[in-house]
Design a protein around this ligand. Structure first.
Ligand SMILES: [Zn+2]
Length: 258
């Protein structure tokens, strides 16, 4: 499991927050006047506004599908695989590839802030572990985009460390909910219903054993995530993760997934 830690906004400047990452991570000095975050397109603001009344709930299928469809339409995406990197760049994100300290368990970081982070010369960026595999990279960016669409606003700085550390016990209910929703967003973004539905219909009658690797390849997602997402999407008869002695997790490992 991958866990996240949202770094709280603090008025304290120059405070090192996450030394395990191997980078110096300072909070933006909001007290400096005249600082503004990067512009955000109207369609993003619109999605944030719509989601606000539901922010204390787990995302419902229809709500999330609607958001993702709108995002993909806006970005001219009509086929799989979805490239979250491209969507992020169009939103003004700089994507930074970095090698994190060994054993840090960190997959990525995201920042959307009013003050430029000097080292990267950017106010809005996603840092991705350059040693992570293809699935994990796009998953990290997809998850961070979930926070951007659902949890950021135009006023407050937002900083997150995306880590495999299992510190769920120290998370508040709100934090857990936010993480679950960002992860659901990631899966729907990468396997949007309007594409997945057609994909499945075209392959009606095919064995799951063949279909799961097909989805994994076409949508560029690990197999176990495809299984999880289809379950969430309400598709009946999706096999358990371990079927006929074949574990989807093991398949992923064999094929370089997570
Ligand atoms: Zn997160």
């Amino acid at each position: 499991m991958v866990y996240c830690r949202i770094l709280p906004f603090s008025a304290l400047s120059n405070r090192k927050l996450y030394p395990e990452s191997g980078i110096e991570w300072y909070i933006g000095r909001k007290e400096l006047m005249g600082l503004a975050k990067k512009d955000t397109p109207n369609y993003v603001e619109d999605i944030r506004r719509k989601h606000r009344p539901n922010k204390d709930k787990l995302l419902e299928k229809e709500e999330l599908r609607g958001y993702v469809k709108r995002i993909l339409e806006y970005n001219g995406v009509g086929e799989c695989p979805v490239n979250p990197d491209r969507i992020a760049r169009r939103l003004g994100f700089d994507i930074v590839w970095m090698e994190f300290k060994k054993g840090s368990g960190i997959d990525g970081m995201m920042s959307d802030r009013a003050e430029e982070y000097e080292r990267f010369g950017s106010k809005r960026f996603i840092i991705v572990d350059k040693n992570s595999n293809m699935h994990r990279r796009s998953g990290t960016i997809g998850h961070e985009l979930g926070h951007f669409f659902l949890h950021c606003n135009s006023m407050d700085d937002f900083n997150e460390v995306y880590t495999q550390h299992t510190d769920e016990a120290n998370m508040t209910i709100e934090e857990k909910l936010r993480e679950q929703n960002a992860t659901r967003f990631r899966d729907e973004l990468l396997m949007p219903w309007f594409l997945l539905k057609d994909f499945l219909e075209e392959r009606e009658g095919m064995l799951w054993k063949e279909l799961i690797p097909d989805i994994s390849q076409a949508f560029n997602v690990p197999r176990h995530r495809a299984v999880d997402h289809m379950r969430w999407s309400g598709i009946k008869d999706v096999p358990p993760k371990d079927v006929q002695g074949e574990t989807w997790y093991n398949c992923d490992k064999a094929f370089g997934g997570i």
